[in-house]
Design a protein around this ligand. Structure first.
Ligand SMILES: [Zn+2]
Length: 360
């Protein structure tokens, strides 16, 4: 820019010099002696040149200032605009964040509401009255919601000997008659059992097969429902009973008389016993129908366990074996099948457990 200005100045000089050239005609001015008029004229020309120079200098400065001012204004404008853009972007982002967080909160709230809506339904389905169950201990007996519970967790005293429950007996008699009218013959294989009878029964199984195996299908003394007089083993207590006309009739109709299949198929881990299609427990018609229709075993309905380890006085299988003087595992592990077949042919037929009229 400086160079440009200089060039402009020089141009000015040249144009002024053009006027002089005509006067001095390229001669050496230093050696020319000028007349006063000529000197005055020269001075006037010089002043005019200086004035022009100053004017052009002022113009240049003014122009530069204007350019600088415009530049500054442009810069300020750009800075302002970018600042505003940044600010607006930030504000938009915040807005979006706020909106999304609100949306998230709303959805979370909605999910919560949904899960809240689901929870009661689940509670109703899986744990019906768990907090409402009332467990009462009366003379060594355990009642849950007024229902006597006898299983691996809950026992009855050794001297508890009520005999068969009269209501249960009456219900069975009625059922037996109705079954007979349908051409189905039902009879009591095993009903009431004393503590000692249960002891002998269990001992025999434990002696033959070990405590671990006996615990799967036979109750330890004091832990049998048979001692409470509320259950019956109907017809056969062998696995072959399952699927027979009698078993089917029993499963289909026993709830009408107040009985439940006490150890149902698929509930083994809850009841603590293998499936027993012959063992029915009297609970009254209303409860029997409810349990059957809901496919619940008694432990599920009452919200209780059936586990010797959870009993008030837990007895492990090792301790039980020691008390009885038997083994925990199978004592006939070596060549088991052959030995049974040779010594007691037919006793363990059909893979079931015959109890010779005792039941489990
Ligand atoms: Zn039984």
């Amino acid at each position: 820019m400086n160079e440009n200005n200089n060039r402009n100045v020089r141009d000015d000089e040249r144009s002024v010099n053009g006027e002089l050239t005509s006067l001095i005609d390229d001669r050496d001015l230093s050696r020319v002696v000028l007349s006063p008029e000529e000197q005055a004229y020269e001075e006037m020309i010089r002043q005019r040149i200086r004035a022009r120079r100053r004017a052009s200098e002022r113009k240049r400065i003014k122009r530069n200032r204007t350019i600088a001012l415009i530049l500054v204004m442009v810069i300020v404008l750009i800075v302002c605009r970018s600042c505003y853009a940044a600010h607006r972007k930030k504000r938009d982002e915040q807005k979006v964040n706020t909106e999304s967080s609100v949306a998230e909160k709303t959805s979370t709230k909605k999910e919560n509401t949904d899960s809240n809506a689901e929870t009661p339904a689940e509670t109703v389905e899986s744990k019906p009255e768990e907090p409402e169950h009332k467990i009462q201990q009366v003379d060594g007996l355990t009642f849950v919601d007024g229902i006597l519970i006898v299983n691996k967790t809950y026992s009855v005293p050794e001297d508890y000997a009520p005999g068969i429950n009269t209501a249960a007996q009456a219900a069975f008699d009625e059922m037996m008659n109705d079954a007979l009218n349908d051409g189905v013959y039902l009879y009591i294989n095993s009903g009431y059992r004393t503590y000692d009878e249960q002891y002998n029964l269990y001992y025999n199984y434990a002696y033959d097969r070990g405590v671990a195996e006996a615990d799967k299908f036979s109750s330890r003394p004091g832990h049998s429902e048979h001692q409470a007089g509320l259950c019956f083993d109907v017809n056969s207590t062998e696995n072959s009973f399952a699927g027979t006309t009698e078993a089917k009739w029993l499963a289909a109709h026993c709830s009408d008389y107040g009985f439940i299949i006490r150890f149902p198929k698929g509930k083994e881990k809850i009841t603590g016993y293998e499936y027993e299609p012959w063992h029915i427990r009297f609970v009254g018609v209303e409860l029997a129908k409810e349990l059957t229709s809901k496919n619940l075993c008694l432990e599920e309905y009452l919200g209780v366990t059936s586990d010797y380890n959870l009993a008030k006085d837990p007895v492990s299988q090792e301790e039980m074996a020691e008390q009885l003087g038997v083994t925990v595992g199978d004592p006939n592990e070596v060549d088991e099948t052959q030995e049974y077949e040779e010594t007691d042919s037919g006793y363990y037929d059909n893979g079931g457990y015959s109890d010779n009229g005792y039941g489990y």
